[in-house]
Design a protein around this ligand. Sequence first.
Ligand code: IPD
Ligand code: CA
Ligand code: CA
Ligand code: CA
Length: 257
Amino acid sequence: MQTNVVKQLNQAMQTVMKTARVQVIAKMGAHLTVAEKTSRRDLVTNVDHSNEDFLVHQIRELDPDAHILAEEGTGDQVDTMAGHVWIVDPIDGTMNFVHQRNHFAMMVGLYVDGEPTLGYIYNVMANKLYAGGPQIGVTLNNEPLVAPANLDLSAGLFGASAPLLIQNRFNMQTVVAQSLGPRIMGSAGIQISQVLAGELVGYLSYLRPWDFAAGRVLAESLGLVVTRVDGTPVDMLSSGAVLIATKRAQRSILAIV
Ligand code: IPD
Ligand code: CA
Ligand code: CA
Ligand code: CA
């Protein structure tokens, strides 16, 4: 896509994200309808649905021919990354949203013929919007975000996932032991944004496409690496363990997992 078109789309999407944030905060104060999807740890609320409806509708207005993959099913059945594919997570960290009314994000990623193009991670309550892509750079609330230092695992905090750490999947306890310590937020979006900001040297979790689509765009734009645990490229249409890290931390982590 031409850079001026990407810039226009970026401005429009930032406005959409800000509107969505105001709506979500307004609805959060009222009674939430909470349902279990697959288990008591897998929740969905009326706000996940209404925010997804809003985001999908706005994306259709901006990019009518695009395909949209959205977590709660409002979008399209997407089985190819050809053309414009938007990937939407309306509330990331629904458990936090329900129980803390805090520490949740909304995320949108755009891929064009499989190429990471635009990404948005909005930490709603902190009011931090990470936005951008490889052609236009990454901003945090409109200020350019400087690429994080290429620190090794031993020099930084590590973003863990509770189930992987408890079960020691991928040797995560050793990964954590070699870092300065684990941090667990319960929102992939917030943890990925902490890697973008240089607050964590890496994050490893079992993720679905909407959990890391936006984060991959932003991370790769800042020189971070996003791979599967064996170091192979991620596939935006499948789920699995995904590592987002500095180049040096990634090398150390791949040697452990
Ligand atoms: C979840 C959160 C959580 C991660 C799960 C995700 P959701 O997303 O990001 O931190 O561990 O794998 O499913 O369902 O709240 O959007
Ligand atoms: Ca969910
Ligand atoms: Ca979600
Ligand atoms: Ca999610």
